[in-house]
Every structure is written in structure tokens, then in C-alpha cells.
Design a binder for this molecule. Structure first.
Ligand code: HEM
Length: 151
């Protein structure tokens, strides 16, 4: 599979980065929405608006962008020879592990939005604000791994 993308390689890489930006934009927004949604519990009109906003963000941006990032990222990984034991891809293995964790965070945030929609808050506002920082920290590490390729 090494080099299987041929002349399409730069286009696939561009598409990968475009969907990375969409996914990360959604992942920066949803946890912020969760803070506002949690603060609105008890005010049913406002709660309803947050449920609607979270649903739209999920269906229009978050889910499609995450799927596109995975499909395009794996196409690039195969092009780089991850399935052929090509050496020097330690950065890519770590990057994929971090993206798995980031996808888990995505799943947690969607699950918490569903919980808030039933009127239940199980995480304190302070913890929720701290959890807001996860996508930012993950972006710093993942982008350094992808660009610097330190190992
Ligand atoms: C499962 C998910 C992902 C996989 C398998 C993956 C894999 C890859 C691969 C193989 C490349 C091409 C490297 C090269 O050929 O030089 C690449 C490029 C890149 N990826 Fe990902 N990626 C994923 C998700 C992400 C995420 C979530 C981010 C950012 C938060 C990201 C940021 C980048 C950047 C900045 C580049 C460009 C590096 C360059 O200029 O060569 N990727 N990715």
C-alpha cells in the first residue's frame, strides 16, 4: 500500500487537514456548550435551545468530520507504509493512539450532552471547565507529532 495514493496524495492530505479543522472546531465548541447547558438546568426554554444546538453541532459538524478525519488519516497512514512495517513511523503510532483517546473524549462529550438533555448533571462546573482544555492540549501534541515527526 506504500504510495498507493499516487498523485492524489497532496489532495488527500489537504482534505485530511480541512476535516481536522472542522472536527476540532466542533470539539472546541461542544464542551463549551455543555458548560452553558449545565448552567441553564431548571430553565426549560433555555435547556431546549441548548439541546437543539448540541444536536445540530453533532449532526452537521462533529460526526461527519470525525469520520472523514479517520478515513482520510488511514488512507495517508497506509500510503506512508504503516501496514508494511516501514521504520520511522513511531510518531504516527503515538498520534493514532492520541486520536483514539480524542475520539473517546468526543464520545464522552456527546454522552454527557444526552445526560444533560434528561436534566441530570453528574460533573461539577469546575471539572467541566477543566475538561474543556482536553482538545486544545491534544491538538498541540498531535500537530507537533505530525509536523516534527520526532521519532
Ligand atoms: C485516526 C486519525 C488520524 C490518522 C490515522 C492520521 C494520519 C496522518 C498521516 C499518515 C498523515 C500524513 C503524514 C505524511 O505523509 O507526511 C497526516 C498528516 C497530518 N495530520 Fe493526521 N491523522 C489523524 C488525525 C489527525 C488529527 C486529529 C490531527 C490534528 C489534531 C491531525 C493533524 C495532521 C497534520 C497537521 C498533518 C500534516 C503533516 C504534514 O505536513 O505532513 N491528524 N495524518
Amino acid at each position: 500500500m506504500i504510495g498507493w495514493l499516487g498523485d492524489a496524495y497532496p489532495w488527500v492530505k489537504a482534505a485530511h487537514l480541512i476535516f481536522v479543522i472542522f472536527w476540532m472546531a466542533g470539539l472546541f465548541m461542544l464542551p463549551r456548550y455543555l458548560v452553558y447547558h449545565q448552567e441553564a438546568l431548571g430553565n426549560s426554554a433555555e435547556e431546549g435551545r441548548w439541546v437543539e444546538r448540541e444536536g445540530k453541532l453533532r449532526h452537521i459538524i462533529l460526526t461527519p468530520a470525525m469520520i472523514a478525519v479517520w478515513v482520510l488519516g488511514f488512507s495517508l497512514a497506509l500510503n506512508d507504509g504503516i501496514a508494511n512495517g516501514v521504520p520511522g513511523l513511531g510518531w504516527l503510532h503515538l498520534k493514532i493512539a492520541l486520536v483514539v483517546l480524542l475520539s473517546g473524549y468526543h464520545g464522552w462529550a456527546v454522552g454527557y450532552a444526552r445526560k444533560l438533555a434528561t436534566g441530570h448533571a453528574t460533573v461539577s462546573g469546575k471539572t467541566l471547565r477543566l475538561l474543556n482544555e482536553v482538545p486544545g492540549v491534544a491538538t498541540v501534541v498531535i500537530v507537533i507529532l505530525a509536523i516534527v515527526k520526532p521519532f
